[in-house]
Design a protein around this ligand. Sequence first.
Ligand code: C5P
Length: 235
Amino acid sequence: GPVAAVIPAAGRGVRLGPGAPKALRTLGGTPMLVHAVRAMAASRAVSLVVVVAPPDGTAEVKSLLDAHPLPERTDVLVVPGGETRQESVGRGLDALPPGHEIVLVHDAARPLVPVDTVDAVIEAVRDGAVAVVPALPLADTVKQVEPARTPGGPEPVLATPDRSRLRAVQTPQGFDRATLIHAHETVTDDVTDDASMVEQLGEPVVTVPGHEEAFKVTRPLDLILAEAVLARRRL
Ligand code: C5P
């Protein structure tokens, strides 16, 4: 059946430095959000993209998307977001019309995810998984720490989890629609991704291989990397 993608794009992007909301910053002259929408629409399975815009920016986002049309097979809806990522995704889910039994949730801040990764996530849900996350091994060793006594001061290290069992997870994350909606109606804890809400329901979540180019544009250095990846694609 057809797949819908929800793209939360209502964040301010403070870590990127001063300027426009993150999703509206440009890469190669095109807003990051437009790249992210195109990345979802690049999958032939995706027939609807729901963009969750900054509440005071829905009109701007609508005209931006009108100016960058998608393939004929893909519809776009724009809805206003909330205070947190979780709330913004919830608004997107509320706007889903019936008929899409598979839902992807994709950060606007991951504009360069390749279509093969999107399709791998969809395929794993079609094969019966209720929740699927693209994931990569870590390059860095990770420490669990205690909060510093003074801001910026030394943090006592508590533990070093076995790196070989850790994964950095990306988006799009793919879900059975009913499971994702149930998770959003039930889980009230603060979370940083949607799959963790499904985990809290006790439902199984599985990984598929992620991709380096699906990295999240968060800090200024990420913008330089994203521009370089785009330039290499255009060669
Ligand atoms: O802050 P973070 O990088 O985790 O944000 C991930 C995604 O969630 C971004 O695409 C951002 O625009 C979105 N977001 C949102 N509404 C918020 C906060 C973040 O849609 N209130």
